[in-house]
Structure formats: C-alpha cells, structure tokens
Design a protein. Structure first.
Length: 186
C-alpha cells in the first residue's frame, strides 16, 4: 500500500462522462444518460483498501441517506483486477452485496475513468451540482485507520448539505488519503 492523497480536481470542472458496468446488476450505465439529480456523488473505492474498509459502514449509510434526498451516487473501482484479484468484478459484486450498497458499483476496466477524473487514491470523493459541475472533492472525514477520529462523513455531508440548500460550499477542502489506485503496468 502506498499512502496517497487526492489530486484535487479543479472546482467547477464538468464531470467527465463515462459508460461502465454495474457489477451487481450487470447493466451498463452512462453518466450523461442518467436522470437529472440535485447533486451527484462519484467515489473511487475498492474492496481491499484498509482506508475504504475503515469507513465502509458509514459510507453506505451516508450514501443511502442522500440517495433518498435526490442525490445520485456512483462507486467506481479502477484497480488492476488481474494484479489485485480482491478487486475483480466478481469480488466487487460480493463486496457490494455484503455491505448492502444501494448504489451502483461500477468497474473501470480500462482505468480511463480514473484518469479522466484525475483520481489518485481509494477512497476519493467528488460531488457535482445539478449541472454536473464539480463543487467538492476531497475526504469523507478526518478518520483514518491510523487515528482515533470517529468515522462520521462530516466533510462530505457538510458539502452535500450546503449544495442541497443552495448555500456556498467552502473552497477550503481537504484531500482524501488512502491507498493509491493500482494502475496497470506499474
């Protein structure tokens, strides 16, 4: 595991479109063809990362709560599934079912989506407004496997709450930290 920070994709950027397969339903999903949402949360996660495992219970709860409020939620795994078998589509599907995902878990086999989002680590979070313009990127909260902070989702929730209320989101945002994305041929 190489501890890595988010690259902090520029605020105001348009969400790069993608077409990826949900590992549970086996349905292809294209971002630009989804129903309009009040906000869209895109997160890069994987099955084996201790940083993802540390927050997964609260993350699933937070995502479910905001989905009920009209936020679109997508989880994407971009890791090299040949080198990291725990992150292959079959294991992704089991992970999603085990943790009761209420949102699609998409497989980025070519890793092009991660490249387009300048994603660097798992977990890595992006919140887009209703025009799919980036309003927040960064961490879930300050909790990590190596500290004693409670897993709350505070930073992410604060940003989504502000966006849904039509209030400004602080531009002072902290990068996420976690395991590096496992790139092919590296």
């Amino acid at each position: 595991m190489a501890l890595t920070q988010s690259n902090m994709f520029p605020l105001g950027s348009k969400a790069p479109d993608f077409t990826l397969t949900d590992v549970v339903s086996q349905k292809k999903m294209t971002l630009s063809q989804q129903s309009p949402a009040k906000a869209t949360l895109i997160m890069f996660i994987c099955n084996h990362c201790p940083y993802v495992k540390h927050i997964i219970g609260k993350l699933v709860s937070v995502a479910g709560h905001y989905r009920q409020l009209g936020v679109a939620v997508y989880a994407i795994c971009s890791n090299d599934a040949e080198a990291y078998v725990a992150d292959n589509p079959a294991n992704m599907s089991q992970f999603a079912v085990q943790h009761h995902f209420s949102f699609p878990y998409l497989y980025d086999e070519t890793q092009q989506v991660a490249i387009n989002y300048d994603a660097a680590c798992t977990p890595d979070f992006y919140i887009f407004d209703e025009q799919l313009l980036l309003a927040y990127r960064g961490r879930f909260d300050q909790a990590t496997p190596g500290n004693t902070s409670e897993v709350t989702g505070h930073d992410l929730c604060q940003a989504i709450d502000a966006l849904l209320a039509g209030e400004p989101i602080s531009p002072h945002q902290f990068p996420s930290i976690g395991c590096n994305i496992k790139w092919k041929n590296q």
